[in-house]
Write a protein that binds this ligand. Structure first.
Ligand code: NAP
Ligand code: G4F
Length: 320
């Protein structure tokens, strides 16, 4: 089996590449050209995957790559994925995160409509939630240009499924984290800074809304769900979550206390991290994924915090 992963240099791309290699896939990773090396997360598997430069904003590079490789499956994980930047760069976010997904579909439709496409859809589409917990049937109410872009990508996948009989599947993934999470996202920002404070490298942690609540899972568990969706006989959409909710404050409490510290002594509010519109609470019901795909999360919230704090502490000690 041949699979293309867009966004292979990202958190999920790196775990999915490892997962598919274990299943004996030929893995082709698309990455965008950069003046610096962006392979930190995949250096350990670089000689086992095929890396090709292409950009989701450039139709021709996608067409040529898909034509040359002739994949069985495409996992579209690339996106401008950081919610705050979607307000400062809304047009870029729409171009990459929304229209980028359409460009993949157009390439597949013209080259070989039998290629299966996975779309990295997001719980951010639920935004101002219309139902608790959120399921595949909950109406969307996105609260950022990122969320709106993901809603477009979700519907265009569904539209091509119904219009052209293509195999397109949306994984509606709730927040999932790991030691490979980008440093700007709140979980990694907390674990990395807490570890720095423990080692005396930093004095405080500046955060925005501590009361926001998320359904946080472990990224390696979630890439397995992506693959299972692609092996399912019919293309459908699935919520992937833990069905547990915790606040940013609770995440801080656990992370600092794992290091023997009290978060209240170090965490300070910085208004620049507040958002123009907030998603207050997300919690996903993964019942359909469990019933149809036999998938369920393995790593608990407390284990996740511990894994991330320990990894950051270890990394910083090595750097010292
Ligand atoms: P990530 O770490 O931010 O990775 C995003 C990837 O997209 C990176 O490889 C990035 O390349 C690439 N990319 C950005 N713009 C591109 C462009 N114009 N052309 C080609 N590639 C481009 O994100 P992630 O956490 O792995 O998430 C993977 C996907 O799942 C994203 O679509 C995200 O929106 C979605 N999602 C994530 C979560 C979550 O909690 N992690 C939940 C739901 C949905 P560089 O390395 O060069 O920046
Ligand atoms: O970690 P976050 O930046 O993730 P967010 O906005 O939930 O988005 C992530 O999950 C989505 C799935 O629901 C993905 F689609 C998306 O690509 C991304 O991976 O923020 C989480 C919460 C927010 O409510 C935010 O307001 O943490 C709050 N927060 C509080 N202080 C902060 C901070 N977030 C960040 N990034 N930085 C802070 O200082």
């Amino acid at each position: 089996m041949k699979a293309i992963i867009t966004g292979i240099t990202g958190q999920d791309g790196s775990y999915l590449a490892e997962f598919l290699l274990k299943k004996n896939y030929d893995v082709y990773g698309l990455y965008r050209r950069s003046s610096v090396d962006t392979f930190e997360r995949i250096n350990h598997i670089k000689d086992k995957v095929n890396l090709i430069t292409a950009d989701l904003t450039d139709q021709n590079s996608l067409n040529e790559t898909i034509k040359d490789i002739g994949p069985d499956e495409i996992y579209n994980l690339a996106a401008q994925s950081f919610v705050p930047v979607s307000w400062t760069q809304p047009a870029l976010t729409a171009n990459v995160t929304a229209v980028g997904a359409l460009r993949i579909l157009e390439a597949v439709r013209h080259i070989n409509p039998k290629i299966k496409v996975y779309q990295a859809s997001s719980s951010e589409m639920f935004g101002k939630v219309q139902e608790i917990p959120q399921t595949e049937k909950t109406p969307f109410y996105p609260r950022s240009p990122y969320g709106v872009s993901k809603v477009f990508a979700f519907w265009i996948m569904k539209n091509y499924r119904e219009s052209y009989n293509m195999f397109t599947t949306n994984g509606i993934l709730f927040n999932h984290e790991s030691p490979r999470r980008g440093l700007q996202f709140v979980t990694r920002k907390i674990t990395n800074t807490a570890a720095k404070i423990k080692l005396g490298l930093q004095k405080e942690l500046l955060l925005g809304n501590l009361d926001a609540k998320r359904d946080w899972g472990y990224a390696p568990d979630y890439v397995e769900a992506m693959w299972l969706m692609m092996q399912h006989k019919i293309p459908e959409d699935f919520v992937v979550a833990t069905n547990e909710v915790h606040s940013v404050r609770e995440f801080c409490e656990h992370a600092f206390s794992h290091l023997g510290l009290n978060y209240e002594d170090y965490v300070k509010l910085d208004k620049k991290f507040l958002r123009p519109a907030e998603v207050d609470q997300l919690i996903g019901d993964y019942g359909k994924a469990e019933k149809v795909l036999g998938w369920k999360p393995r790593v608990t919230f407390k284990e996740l915090v511990k894994i991330m704090v320990d990894a950051d502490l270890e990394k910083l000690k090595k750097e010292q």
